[in-house]
Design a protein around this ligand. Structure first.
Ligand code: B3K
Ligand code: ZN
Length: 869
C-alpha cells in the first residue's frame, strides 16, 4: 500500500468557504446535493487541477456555477472526482450523489444503526457522503438541510444551531442546521431517527444559554440522565480549569448501538457508542459510569482541543487526542480520587501502550507515515500523547502550563495547527527552549531509566545515578525526562536537600546524571517517578523490604501502590521462571499487605482494592518480555493468589463484612461508593483462590441479592472461574434475566470469553450462534472476540493454535464488511514475537494464512504487513 508521508505535506490547492448540503434520507437511496463554494488557495499551486476525494459514491449530477459540466471537463475514478481546468477565481460546484446507508457496513460515512441514520466521518468518512476536499486543513462553514420520512425519522439533527424546520411534502419533513464555526469535513454529522431524549439548560460563563440534550433509543431516556449531567459537569470544569466556554446554542449527544469506536466529537452533535451513554444501576457497572463520565468529557473537551483548533494533517493526530485525553484525565481526577485515577491511567498505559511500543506496531506519537490512518488511533497517540502533555506541565509547573495553554488557544483558534504550534505556545509562555523535549513526539519505544543509589554514612550523603536509554536506538539523543522524587526513611518521608531538585522534580536531560543529597542521616529509600512522572520503564534493584517501606510510608500514593505492585511482580516473575513461588518472600508480602489492610483499607477502599489487584498475566508477560510461556505465568499468578488468599482469608472476610451495605442504602455511582464495592469484590476474588467452596456460596448469594450490576457481575466473574454446575446455572440465569439488554449481555459474553480453560474456544463458537451475537455489531465482536484475544492469554496463545485460528477466522469474516474493526481485532497478534518459539511459529503461520486470503482490505493489510515485518 502507498504510504502517506509527513514530509510530503503541502497545502491544498483549493479552499472551501461554504458548504450547503441537502440530504434526502432514504434507507437505500439517500440523495445528497452539495453546493460547495471554492477558491484557489494562495498557498497552493495556481491553476492546478481540482481533485476531490470520493468513496463508494454514485454521481448523479455535477454543475459548475449552475451549469452542467461537459463530460470532458471532469473525470471520475472510484476514489476521485477531478476537474482538469477549474476557474481561476472563486466558483461553486453543485454535486449530486446517491448513497445507500443500509448497505454501509463499514460504519463510515452515512449508515443506519437499528434504523437510525447516523454518520461517522473521522478520519475520512465524509468522502463517502459527497465528493470533497476531505482533509482537516480545509475548513468551511456548513449549512445542512435534512429531509426525511416523518415517521421513520421524526428527529433530525445536524451540526451547529437549529435554524428552521417544517413539512416537505406528503409524509416528509425537513430541518435546517447552520454551524457558524468553520470546520474540517471530519467533524460533520447528521442524525435522523426515532429517538427519545432528555435535556437541561446550561448557562456558560459568557452568559450563553445552551440547551444540552442526550438522544437515545425509544424507552431508554431514563438511562441518559447520568450522561446529561456529565456534560454539564464537563462544561463547568472546562470553564474553571482551562477558561474555555461553549460556543453554540445547543449541544447534542446521540447514542447509537453500532459504532466503530467509543464516540465522536462532531461539532455540536457528538455521536456515541451507546455503551458510553446508557447507565442505570441495574445495567451499568461502576466502571461503566466512570467511562461514561470520562468519554462524555473527552468528546466535549474536543470542542476546543480538536474542533476550534484542529489538526493540519493526520500526522498531528496527537495534537488533539493526546491533549484531550490529558484534559479528560484531569477532569476525572477532579471528579473522583486523583490518586486512584492516576493508578488506573498508568495501568492502562502499561497494559496497552507499553506492549505496542515494544512490538512490531510501535510508532512515534507523531508518526511520519501511514498506509491507513484509521489504524493510528492507538494507545501511543492517545495515551502516550497524554503523558507528553502531563510531562510538559510537570516541567513548567501548573501556572506556566496554564499560561501556555492560554497562548495556544489565543494563537491558534480557528486554525488547523501542528505539534510545533503547540510547543511554540509553551516556549513563548515559559521562555524555555523545548526543542529537546520535542523528541518525545518523534521517538518510538519506551525509554528505560536505570537508577543506582549509594549511601555514604560518613558524609551523610546519598547519591542517585540515572542512565537513560531507548531500546534498539543506542545513538538516539537523550530525552527530557521529569523525575518527581523524594526520599523515605524507615519512619516516614525525609527532607530532600539537593539543589537540582526543584519543587520535588529533577529533570534528567543527559544520557546519565548523578544527584547528591546532603544531610541524610540514615540510608534512605528513594521514591522515584512519583505519580509516574514520565512514561518510562524504571530499572532499579531494590530489596522487597525497601519497597515495603515505601508502601508503608511514602507520601506519594502512586508510589505506595507501585511498591506493592513491584514486589508482587518480582514474585510472579520468579515464580514463572522457576515454576515455584518464593515462599518466604510471598509470606513477607502477605504480612505487609495485612498490616496495610488493617491500617487503612476502610479509610480508602478504592485505593486498597488497587493494592490488592495483582499485576495481570499480560503485565507479567510484558515485564519478562521474551520467550513467554503464558501457562507458566498463569500458574505463578494462581499460586500467588492462593498464597495471599490463604494467609489473608480472615482479613478479606472481615473487609467483606465491614463493607457490606446496610439494607436500603440508596445507590450512588460516586467514587467513594464504587470504591467500597471494588474492595468488597477484590476480597471475594482472592478468597475464591483459596476457598473455592466458600467463595462460590458467597458469590451465589451476592448474585441473588445484588442491587447493582457491579456486584452481580463481580459475583458472576468469580463463579465463571470454576467449572461445574454452579457456573453454568449462574450464566444461564444471567442470560435469561438480561435477554433484552445487549449491553449487559456483552459483559456476559466477555466473562465467558476470558475463562482460562481448554473448552473456551468451543464455548465461543457456540456463543457466536447465540441470538445476542452479531458480526455486524462492533460491541458484540469486541465483547466476545476482543475479550478473548486481549484478556485470555493462555487460551488465545494456545500451543495448538486453536485460539489464533478463532481470531483469524473472525478477522477474515469481518474484513469483508467492516475492515476497521477487523484490523483492530488483528492487533491482538502484536506481541507474537515475545512468545516462546513453539507459539511464535504457530502465531506466525496463522498470520501468513491470513495474508494468503484474497481481497484483504487496506486496513487489515497494513496491520498484517507491519506485524510480520
Ligand atoms: N476522534 C474520535 C476517534 C475517531 C476514530 C476514527 N477512526 C473519537 C475521539 O478520540 O474522541
Ligand atoms: Zn478524542
Amino acid at each position: 500500500p502507498i504510504a502517506t508521508r509527513l514530509e510530503d505535506y503541502r497545502p491544498s490547492d483549493y479552499l472551501i468557504e461554504t458548504v450547503a448540503l441537502d440530504v434526502a434520507l432514504h434507507p437505500t437511496a439517500t440523495r445528497v446535493r452539495a453546493e460547495i463554494r471554492l477558491r484557489p488557495n494562495p498557498d497552493g499551486r495556481a491553476g492546478a487541477p481540482l481533485v476531490l476525494d470520493g468513496d463508494d459514491l454514485t454521481l448523479t449530477d455535477l454543475r459548475l456555477d449552475g451549469t452542467p459540466l461537459a463530460a470532458d471537463a471532469y473525470t471520475v475514478t472510484p476514489s476521485t472526482l477531478t476537474l482538469t481546468h477549474p476557474p481561476a477565481g472563486a466558483f461553486t460546484l453543485t454535486i449530486e450523489t446517491e448513497i445507500d446507508p443500509t448497505a454501509n457496513t463499514k460504519l463510515m460515512g452515512l449508515y443506519r444503526s437499528n434504523g437510525v441514520y447516523c454518520t461517522q466521518c473521522e478520519a475520512d468518512g465524509f468522502r463517502r457522503i459527497t465528493y470533497f476536499l476531505d482533509r482537516p486543513d480545509v475548513m468551511a462553514v456548513y449549512r445542512t438541510r435534512i429531509e426525511a420520512d416523518q415517521t421513520e425519522a421524526p428527529v433530525l439533527l445536524g451540526n451547529g444551531n437549529p435554524m428552521e424546520a417544517g413539512e416537505a411534502g406528503p409524509g416528509r419533513h425537513y430541518a435546517i442546521w447552520h454551524d457558524p464555526h468553520p470546520k474540517p469535513a471530519y467533524l460533520f454529522a447528521l442524525v435522523g431517527g426515532r429517538l427519545d431524549h432528555v435535556q437541561r439548560d446550561f448557562t456558560t460563563s459568557e452568559g450563553r444559554r445552551v440547551t444540552l440534550a442526550v438522544y437515545v433509543e425509544p424507552g431508554k431516556a431514563a438511562r441518559a440522565d447520568y450522561a446529561l449531567e456529565a456534560v454539564a459537569r464537563a462544561m463547568a470544569w472546562d470553564e474553571t480549569v482551562f477558561g474555555r466556554a461553549y460556543d453554540l446554542d445547543v449541544f447534542n449527544v446521540v447514542a447509537v448501538s453500532d459504532f466503530n469506536m467509543g464516540a465522536m466529537e462532531n461539532k455540536g452533535l457528538n455521536i456515541f457508542n451507546d455503551r458510553y451513554v446508557l447507565a442505570s444501576p441495574e445495567t451499568a457497572t461502576d466502571a461503566d459510569y466512570a467511562a461514561i463520565e470520562a468519554i462524555i468529557a473527552h468528546e466535549y473537551f474536543h470542542n476546543w482541543t480538536g474542533n476550534r483548533i484542529t489538526c493540519r494533517d493526520w500526522f498531528q493526530l496527537c495534537l488533539k487526542e493526546g491533549l484531550t485525553v490529558f484534559r479528560d484525565q484531569e477532569f476525572s481526577s477532579d471528579m473522583r480520587s486523583r490518586a486512584v485515577h492516576r493508578i488506573g491511567e498508568v495501568r492502562t498505559l502499561r497494559a496497552r501502550q507499553f506492549p505496542e511500543d515494544a512490538g512490531p506496531l510501535a510508532h512515534p506519537v507523531r508518526p511520519r507515515q501511514y498506509a491507513e490512518i484509521n489504524n493510528f488511533y492507538t494507545a501511543t497517540v492517545y495515551e502516550k500523547g497524554a503523558e507528553i502533555v502531563r510531562m510538559l506541565r510537570t516541567l513548567l509547573g501548573a501556572q506556566t502550563f496554564r499560561a501556555g495553554m492560554d497562548r495556544y488557544f489565543a494563537d491558534n483558534d480557528g486554525r488547523a495547527a501542528t505539534v510545533e504550534d503547540f510547543l511554540a505556545a509553551f516556549a513563548v509562555a515559559s521562555g524555555r527552549d523545548l526543542d529537546a523535549f520535542a523528541r518525545w513526539y518523534e521517538r518510538p519505544g519506551t525509554p528505560r531509566v536505570a537508577v543506582q543509589g549509594a549511601y555514604d554514612a560518613d558524609a551523610r550523603s546519598y547519591r542517585l545515578t540515572f542512565r537513560q536509554s531507548l531500546p534498539g536506538a543506542p545513538d538516539s539523543p537523550p530525552l527530557t525526562i521529569p523525575v518527581s522524587l523524594g526520599l523515605v526513611g524507615s519512619d516516614g518521608p525525609l527532607a530532600v536537600v539537593c539543589d537540582r531538585v526543584r519543587d520535588g522534580v529533577f529533570v534528567l536531560e543527559r544520557a546519565s546524571d548523578t544527584l547528591t543529597f546532603t544531610d541524610v542521616a540514615t540510608p534512605p529509600v528513594p521514591s522515584l517517578f512519583r505519580g509516574f512522572s514520565a512514561p518510562v520503564r524504571i530499572e532499579m534493584d531494590m530489596a522487597d523490604a525497601d519497597r515495603l517501606v515505601l508502601l508503608r510510608h511514602d507520601s506519594d500514593p502512586f508510589n505506595r501502590w507501585q511498591a506493592s505492585q513491584s514486589v508482587a511482580m518480582r514474585l510472579l516473575v520468579q515464580g514463572t521462571r522457576s515454576g515455584v513461588l518464593p515462599k518466604e518472600a510471598a509470606e513477607a508480602f502477605a504480612a505487609a499487605l495485612a498490616a496495610f489492610l488493617d491500617g487503612e483499607a476502610l479509610a480508602d477502599p478504592a485505593f486498597a482494592a488497587l493494592v490488592l489487584a495483582l499485576p495481570s498475566e499480560a503485565d507479567v508477560a510484558n515485564e519478562i518480555g521474551a520467550e513467554i510461556d503464558p501457562d507458566a505465568i498463569h500458574r505463578a499468578r494462581h499460586d500467588l493468589r492462593r498464597t495471599l488468599g490463604a494467609i489473608l482469608a480472615e482479613h478479606f472476610q472481615h473487609l467483606r463484612d465491614a463493607l457490606a451495605d446496610a439494607p436500603g442504602t440508596p445507590f450512588s455511582p460516586d467514587a467513594a461508593s464504587a470504591g467500597r464495592r471494588a474492595l468488597r469484590n477484590a476480597a471475594l476474588e482472592l478468597l475464591a483462590a483459596t476457598d473455592p467452596d466458600g467463595a462460590t456460596a458467597q458469590a451465589e448469594a451476592q448474585m441473588a441479592g445484588a442491587t447493582t450490576m457491579t456486584d452481580r457481575l463481580a459475583a458472576l466473574a468469580v463463579l465463571a472461574q470454576r467449572p461445574g454446575p454452579a457456573r453454568e446455572n449462574a450464566l444461564a440465569r444471567f442470560a435469561e434475566t438480561y435477554r433484552t439488554e445487549p449491553l449487559v449481555l456483552d459483559k456476559w459474553l466477555a466473562i465467558q470469553a476470558t475463562i482460562p480453560e481448554a473448552g473456551t474456544p468451543e464455548r465461543i463458537r457456540h456463543l457466536q450462534a447465540h441470538p445476542t451475537f452479531s458480526m455486524t455489531n462492533p460491541n458484540r465482536v469486541r465483547a466476545l472476540i476482543g475479550s478473548f484475544s486481549m484478556g485470555n492469554p493462555t487460551q488465545f496463545n494456545r500451543a495448538d493454535g486453536a485460539g489464533y485460528r478463532l481470531v483469524a477466522e473472525t478477522v477474515l469474516a469481518l474484513d469483508r464488511t467492516n475492515p476497521q474493526v477487523a484490523a483492530r481485532m488483528l492487533t491482538a497478534f502484536g506481541s507474537w514475537r515475545m512468545l516462546e518459539s513453539g507459539r511464535r511459529d504457530v502465531a506466525r503461520s496463522t498470520l501468513l494464512e491470513i495474508r494468503a486470503a484474497p481481497g484483504l482490505s487496506r486496513d487489515v493489510g497494513d496491520i498484517l504487513g507491519r506485524t510480520l515485518a
